[in-house]
Design a binder for this molecule. Structure first.
Ligand code: NOJ
Length: 548
């Protein structure tokens, strides 16, 4: 059994971390937006679920141009979400319940409302204040063209012109100007931020777009059209470290510096990189003298296919192991289509086109999606390493694919000129009760409309209900705590379309990803993702845990 107690410095290596998206979790003050008091009031749900930690997406002052990832002050709480006292109360209650607290750090950019950016706008071209960001003159005779062809992840040019004629870089929304990490004040300020939250008792950090901080700003700026693609996909094809703004080698120096801060605390603060870069390069962020972990999105992106899953699992364990890191697993988060829907989209489906069709083309079968989601979750929770679960997946929530476009809040929708629908469908406020004004989310409405079917997925509907997805998660997490052991697995022989492996103490996991029933291997059934038939078979889209 692995020691997950509060003093164990390695608690994070095989933990289950629950992602709270604060504005959609619970609304204590009835303004339609989730808040920190709401989180505190609902922490008992996380304790009963049996997770080890919660990770909070940003709750800092923000105009919510990108759901809080546009931070105006990294060391405060947005007044609509509460106060620093509310944060302290939440942390104290989490710790009382045995839950660790992880907060998001957004070092690549600030909000355009950040005092630094406001000062930069006022100070004008060539000023030291502009040097904290990436300002450049434009190309063209009158500087009317952007300084390079760099593209925003959310669509369009990554450069925005200001009235005095200069341009500034924003790899995300125009309201999110990129910081200049060559500037010592920027580095010093983030050290202060890490200490600020660590001193308040925070146990770890999730580092937003960890692979973007350092850019090649040598003049002339290099265009990215030569890479054939402007997104992170280009990284699959270019020699490592050569892209002008993704995954540059110099970024690791920053994380080695941060590690010294993390290690000055007892137990050391933990960190996980959000870095959408290919496997071996991703593992570099997770080295023990850097962040320790990096999100592994390859499991999330893998098709529901036994060979593909086996390969991703083996590769992920190998690359994490080679870096001295523990592996991580993710099926859903606030940026992707919820896995209860995604796993039944036919291979090759354009997820954006599906969202634009309101989830009608192709039509997905919710029951089948839930069945696969439950199987994928039990498989994930049996793997060595840490699992990150996203709020609502423990309820089996599908994507809300048919949000009317008039209510969309994700900047992607506007920034792509209504071409990409964005990520709101996985951010709809949680249903806690089967009825009521916002299904128990708050006393009034919710900032995104909840569909009528939400009530049937509510915590209230599932708590104590035999066979519910919530009870499956609770049982799985309880068992996992008892069964967890070393960070290795051994593959066992299995029919085609089936994954079968054993953990070091003999606990086994078998997943049938094929379309036909297969013989159930011998052993005591500890848990199954759906009730098993009595004929000794393991049905399709089912995972079972077997005792030693
Ligand atoms: C990654 C976050 O998960 C996403 O929600 C955000 O839009 C971008 N980083 C920019 O901060």
């Amino acid at each position: 059994m692995v020691d997950l107690s509060s003093r164990n410095p390695d608690w994070w290596r095989q933990a289950v971390i629950y992602q709270v998206y604060p504005r959609s979790f619970a609304d204590a003050d009835g303004d339609g937006l989730g808040d920190l008091k709401g989180v505190t009031e609902r922490l008992s749900h996380l304790a009963a679920l049996g997770v080890d930690a919660l990770w909070l997406s940003p709750f800092y002052p923000s105009e919510l141009a990108d759901g809080g990832y546009d931070v105006a002050d990294h060391r405060d709480v947005d007044p609509r979400l509460g106060t620093l006292d509310d944060f302290d109360a939440m942390t104290a209650e989490a710790h009382r319940l045995g839950l660790k607290v992880i907060v998001d750090v957004v070092p690549n950019h600030t909000s355009h409302l950040h005092p630094w950016f406001q000062a930069a706008l006022r100070a004008g071209p060539g000023s030291p204040a502009r040097d904290r960001y990436v300002f450049r003159p434009g190309r063209g005779r009158r500087g009317e063209l952007p300084p390079s062809d760099w593209q925003s992840v959310f669509g369009g040019s990554a450069w925005q012109r200001v009235p005095d004629g200069e341009w500034y870089l924003h790899l995300f929304a125009p309201e999110q100007p990129d910081l200049n990490w060559e500037h010592e004040e920027v580095r010093a300020d983030f050290r202060t931020t890490l200490r600020f939250w660590s001193d308040r008792g925070v146990d770890g950090f999730r580092i937003d777009v960890a692979h973007a901080l350092v850019k090649d700003l040598a003049e002339p700026l290099r265009d990215v059209s030569e890479f054939g693609s402007t997104g992170e996909e280009a990284l699959e094809r270019v020699p490592p470290g050569t892209h002008p703004y993704w995954d540059r080698d110099e970024v690791h120096e920053i994380y080695r510096d941060w590690r010294k801060i993390f290690d000055a605390y007892s137990p050391p603060r933990t960190a996980v990189a959000e870095a959408w870069v290919p496997g071996a390069r991703r593992a570099l962020y997770a080295r023990p003298d850097e962040l320790g972990q990096a999100f592994n999105f390859e499991y999330l992106q893998a098709p529901w296919d036994a060979d593909a899953l086996r390969q991703v699992i083996a590769d992920s364990l190998a690359t994490a192991g080679a870096a001295g890191a523990s592996a991580t697993w993710v099926l859903s988060n606030h940026d992707v289509v919820r896995h209860a829907s995604r796993l039944v989209l036919p291979p090759g489906t354009d997820e954006n086109a599906w969202l634009l069709s309101g989830g009608h083309a192709p039509r997905t079968d919710a029951a089948h999606g839930l069945r696969r989601a439950r199987a994928a979750t039990l498989l994930m929770l049996a793997l060595p390493g840490s699992s990150y679960v996203y709020q609502g997946e423990e309820l089996g929530l599908p994507e809300v694919a048919d949000l009317p476009t008039a209510v969309l809040q994700d900047p992607i929708w506007e920034q792509t000129g209504h071409v990409r629908k964005g990520r709101d469908g996985c951010r709809v406020p949680l249903p806690w009760t089967t009825g009521g004004p916002s299904y128990g989310f708050g006393t009034a409405g919710a900032w995104l409309p909840q569909p009528e079917w939400f009530g049937s997925y509510a915590v209230e509907a599932q708590a104590g209900a035999e066979g519910s997805t919530l009870e499956l998660y609770r049982t799985a997490l309880r068992l996992r705590r008892k069964l967890l052991d070393g960070e290795t697995l051994t593959w066992a022989e299995a029919p085609e379309g089936v994954l079968h492996f054993a953990r070091s103490d003999g606990w086994r996991c078998v997943t049938n990803v094929s379309h036909v029933p297969v013989p159930l291997p011998p052993g005591e059934v500890l848990l199954a993702s759906v009730p098993l038939p009595l004929d000794g078979t393991l049905p399709p889209d089912t995972t079972v845990w077997l005792g030693a």
